[in-house]
Each structure stands twice: as C-alpha cells, then as structure tokens.
Design a protein around this ligand. Structure first.
Ligand SMILES: [Zn+2]
Length: 310
C-alpha cells in the first residue's frame, strides 16, 4: 500500500533545481529489458488475486515483448485446443506509455491542457509516421520528450525550468504510472484469454462488447490490488483515446469502445469500491491516511472531465 502515498503525493509539489531538458528519442531497444522485468513483477503480483481457474490460464500463457513501432497488445491462442496462449505487447507501445506517463505528470504539475493535448497529437503523428517509415525503409521521425516538446512549442506550453519534485521522487512516480498502465494493458489481454475471446469473426459492435468485457475484467482485478492504479494508468487511457475513437459518437466504425468511455467505466468501478465504505480495504486505507476526500475529489474531477469531453 506504500505506493498509494507516492501516487497521491503528486500534487504536493516541491521545487528543486533541474538541469536536463530531455532529448529526442529513437531507441526502442532500451525499453525491452525494463519492460520484461516489469511484466515479471506484475505476473507474480497477480497470483494472490486470480481465481484458481484464471491462474491456470495465466500460467499457460506466454508473455512477450516484440520490437515494433506499432503500438499494440495482442492476445492469441489455438482456437481448437485452447493451447499456445500468447500475450504480446510491442516495445513501441511501452515507449509511448513512457512518454504519455511523463505527459500526465507534467499536467499534474501545472502544464497547460493545450500543451498536454498538442503533445498527444505529436506522439500519435510520430507513431503513425514511423510505423510507415519502417515498412518503406525510410528514415524515422524523432519523438520529443514532453519536456523538450514544451521548449519547442513555447507559445502553447508553459516553461518549467525545474522538476516539480526531487528527481528520485519524480522517477519513482513515473515508474509507478508506467507500471499501472502496463498492469491495465496486460490485465486487459488476460481478460481476453480467460473469456476465450479472439477466435470468431465479429462485427464492430460485438468486438466493442468483448473489449468492454476484457476492460471490466482488468479493472476488477486492479481494484482488488490497488484502486489508485486506475488513476495511475491514465496514460494508457489517453493512448486508447488517440489510437482509436476518443468520444462515444465516433466509436461506431471502431472495434474498440471510445477511450473516454473506457476511462469513465473504470472510474465508475473505483467509485463503486469507495461506496462500499468500511468493507473496502482501500476505503479504510484512505480514511487512515486522511486521503478519502482528496481521492474522491480526484475521481469526481476526472469523471466530470470525461463527461464534458465525450
Ligand atoms: Zn482488447
């Protein structure tokens, strides 16, 4: 439960000097090792929260990271025998989650919403350019870190000359956000495995139903472990919004529900957990640390925001 404190303290900002402004990044390879390690941790942490039948499927599934500029998670199995279950995520997706988690942190530290959104566009443009560039053997386009992006687009973005908290605290917070997103992503894919999805040709609306089911599996699993991770995984929800439909009115041609709708369902599940009152471990934790009002406000604020934008 110690990570709650780190996550909740993001608004309690301390100013110290900060010199590195970040740089352009192109190297996907550097995400490989740390991602594999985080996957290993997430899988071992799942063990006490899965039912025996879910755990059996989880253990039969092999997890891997593929070097690719595509940003995706995949879940597959042999449809006849249910063997050969696989969950694959791409290094590109991890790269994106790293950048978007940092973007989320700057928003919490006071960056303008316009800059936050402009950065989402930047990330999404670079990704689509690079996935094409790889296919045609063209040069890759560099992606800026949120810090460097803010310096380049100073009309839109506020300039920060310092990190809003000590470097070590900033890095560990960023790590916990990235892990929360990865946990949500892997739990979603595991949701497809335990529901034996993926072997029938579906209409878009059937597919959206399955996706919502996998989300609901993931959200319930995360809430059992640590409901604050739903907020920590904000980067993944923003990615889902830029990758597919953002609002409910655009989702009809899509295989996935709109990003804002997915986030709202997850926030509803967090509110439901808090409404259980004293029978919820997380509720008791928040009461004990005098964070209940604060956390509820944060959830309500995000919920209202998704409603206003949708
Ligand atoms: Zn899915």
């Amino acid at each position: 439960m110690k990570t709650h404190i780190a996550k909740l303290s993001v608004f309690t900002l301390l100013f110290i000097s900060f010199s590195a402004f970040g740089e352009e990044i192109l190297d996907l390879e550097e995400y490989l090792g740390p991602t594999k390690e985080t996957i290993r941790q997430i899988r071992s942490e799942w063990h006490s929260y899965l039912t025996p039948s879910q755990l059996k499927i989880e253990e039969e599934t092999s997890f891997s990271v593929r070097m690719s500029w595509n940003s995706n998670g995949y879940s597959s199995r042999n449809c006849r025998t249910n063997e050969n279950r696989k969950i694959t995520i791409t290094a590109g997706q991890m790269f994106m989650l790293n950048m978007l988690s940092e973007n989320q942190m700057w928003l919490l530290a006071g960056q303008s919403e316009q800059c936050f959104t402009a950065y989402l566009d930047h990330v999404s443009d670079v990704f689509s350019q690079n996935s094409k560039a790889v296919a045609y053997n063209n040069q890759l386009t560099p992606m800026f870190t949120p810090m460097l992006f803010a310096h380049r687009y100073h009309g839109t973005c506020k300039q920060f000359s310092q990190l809003p908290m000590p470097q070590s605290q900033w890095s560990s917070l960023q790590e916990s956000f990235i892990k929360a997103s990865l946990r949500m992503l892997l739990s979603h894919e595991l949701g497809h495995q335990v529901n034996n999805h993926g072997c029938k040709k579906l209409t878009n609306s059937e597919s959206r139903e399955q996706e919502a089911k996998a989300d609901s599996f993931a959200v319930n699993l995360i809430i059992k472990q640590d409901p604050a991770d739903i907020l920590g995984a904000f980067a993944l929800f923003t990615f889902w919004s830029v990758d597919g439909a953002m609002t409910s009115s655009d989702e009809f041609g899509n295989t996935h529900p709109a990003g804002l709708r997915r986030l709202r369902s997850a926030l509803d599940a967090v509110s439901h957990e808090l409404n259980k009152g004293k029978s919820s471990k997380f509720y008791n934790y928040l009461i004990k640390n005098d964070k209940l009002v604060y956390f509820k406000e944060l959830v309500d604020m995000l919920h209202k925001k998704t409603e206003a934008l949708d």
